[in-house]
Design a protein around this ligand. Sequence first.
Ligand code: DGL
Length: 275
Amino acid sequence: MPTEPITSPIGVFDSGIGGLTVVSALQALLPAENIFYLGDTARVPYGGKSRTTVERYSIEIGNLLLAERAKIIVVACNTASALAVPRLKECFKVPVQGVVAPGASAAVASTKNKIVGVIGTRATIASAAYENEIHSLDADIRVISVACPLLVPLIEEGMFEDKITDLMLARYLAPLLASGIDTLVLGCTHYPLLSQTIARIAGPGVALVDSAANCAQAVKNVLEKNALSAPADQLGELNVALTDATERFLRTAANALHLELGDVALRSLQNPEKP
Ligand code: DGL
């Protein structure tokens, strides 16, 4: 039995702004759903932090989302998905959906030669979460993972088409391409913003798996399974809140994703129930 009304929002969080790629995918697939997005801009980046810290941050944000009556918690951040989803599932009664499992199953469905590349933050790659998830589905797939710590800052600077970004990508992707991957998992919220450049450098023989789009499909399935889908005639609203007023990349990302953001609220994680 649903414990929250079906008109309650989908609660989405990320370490910062990059999770708007998941919001964009959710809006495209589930236009009737209300969405409450929390970007932890005060503490971003998570990508170099420990599991203990990322778990603690994620639980604090989960409490805030529940205070917003979220009917499902969507962990848009790949780092938090890789490190904290099991702990979140223990802590919260509402369904918790991360991006790693949907991304991994899309990669398994995509690969023909069974050689898959994964790129992400240092913490995501060190956790081996994608590798483990892919191997749980098909143990014969060879997974080659590369941490790309410099990509997030380049993307946040809006350097989507830039020689420096091309050079960094060529360097990061070299070992993956040399290994003959036919599928590349974009294992970070930010990377879908760079997918055209990544596709150009990876070449036509490599299929890109965007964890944002696959996560949206997984959310749809979970909502349907739990009878939590919004009424089809509802027009979903998006509310965005940040823990620090860092609006620059917010506007860059919103423009790139064609998102209507409206007013952006500031929220503290100390007293999640009070703005
Ligand atoms: N959101 C993070 C991820 O998807 C990238 C930014 C960060 O390091 O916090 O892994």
